[in-house]
Design a protein around this ligand. Structure first.
Ligand code: HEC
Ligand code: HEC
Length: 215
């Protein structure tokens, strides 16, 4: 028996040590700083002035935090948080893992009478919906399928554990701002010139309308 246990230990030890740098408690602690803008559950706020972080792929969050730190992605509000003193590199995987595992739902579940008012309130905080956007949904679908779907996925969910973020479930106003900064070359995006530089206002709106019904 002991031999088997020992064997299991060596079998699993390499895996556990690979993830040793991720500390969800530390991530939760760091998130208290982020919550002032991005919300307690990473739900974002102010109609998308602060993007949603909950459920984004950890690898994407890590990459963005590094870009903010190196000032390759420039943003004044993030500056006091994404710097070496406030956010050493070794803390980044923990806060990214913490945010990535938060699940928001789009519907309020049905409660039975055993659920306390307080717990209902806590659950309600995790209910998150993107408001429907006015726009030509058919055109939006066409543009999305042709130009975006390959990377951002059929359902707009991005790719788990990659640097490709979901678009469905992200704030409209925030995404429009990002698309404009891709078009202006202020933020990097693959093939930005081909994808965004000639995109008309009503085309952006149409893609947003299509994404808002996928949420
Ligand atoms: C003072 C407000 C503020 C605080 C506090 C803050 N952020 Fe942000 N954060 C922003 C804003 C504003 C943006 C959007 C920048 C833009 O418009 O490009 C942002 C963007 C981000 C993004 C990019 C999201 C995406 O979809 O690309 C990540 C990741 C992020 N913040 C993580 C964090 C983490 C982790 C913390 C805590 C350590 C934090 N932020 C604290 C304001 C803040
Ligand atoms: C070749 C793959 C690819 C294609 C095609 C693509 N994207 Fe992206 N997109 C990405 C990646 C990767 C990122 C993350 C960029 C980074 O590292 O900062 C991204 C980021 C974004 C963001 C920022 C999300 C956030 O949370 O900050 C928006 C908005 C976006 N893309 C919209 C679009 C739209 C709209 C289209 C179609 C017109 C499109 N993308 C086509 C790969 C792609």
């Amino acid at each position: 028996m002991f031999k088997i246990l020992l064997y299991c230990f060596f079998l699993f030890f390499p895996f556990s040590s690979t993830y040793a740098e991720i500390d969800l408690d530390l991530g939760e602690e760091i998130n208290e700083l982020c919550a002032g803008c991005h919300g307690e559950y990473g739900e974002g706020g102010k109609k998308g002035e602060y993007p949603r972080l909950a459920g984004l792929p950890a690898a994407y969050i890590i990459q963005q935090l590094k870009l903010f730190k190196d000032e390759k992605r420039k943003n004044m509000p993030m500056r006091p948080y994404a710097n070496e003193r406030e956010m050493p590199d070794e803390d980044i995987p923990s806060v990214a893992a913490f945010l990535s595992q938060i699940k928001l739902t789009s519907e309020m579940p049905e409660f039975d009478e055993t659920v306390s008012a307080y717990n209902k309130l806590l659950i309600a905080k995790k209910v998150f919906n993107i408001a429907k956007v006015e726009g030509d949904i058919e055109l939006g679908e066409e543009l999305y399928v042709d130009d975006c779907q390959l990377c951002h996925g059929k359902l707009g969910k991005g790719k788990d554990d990659s640097d490709t973020p979901p678009l469905a479930g992200q704030y409209t106003q925030y995404m429009v701002k990002q698309i404009k900064s891709f078009a202006a070359g202020e933020r990097w995006h693959e093939y930005a010139e081909a994808l965004f530089s000639e995109m008309e206002e009503d085309e952006i709106q149409a893609i947003m309308a299509y994404l808002s019904i996928m949420d």
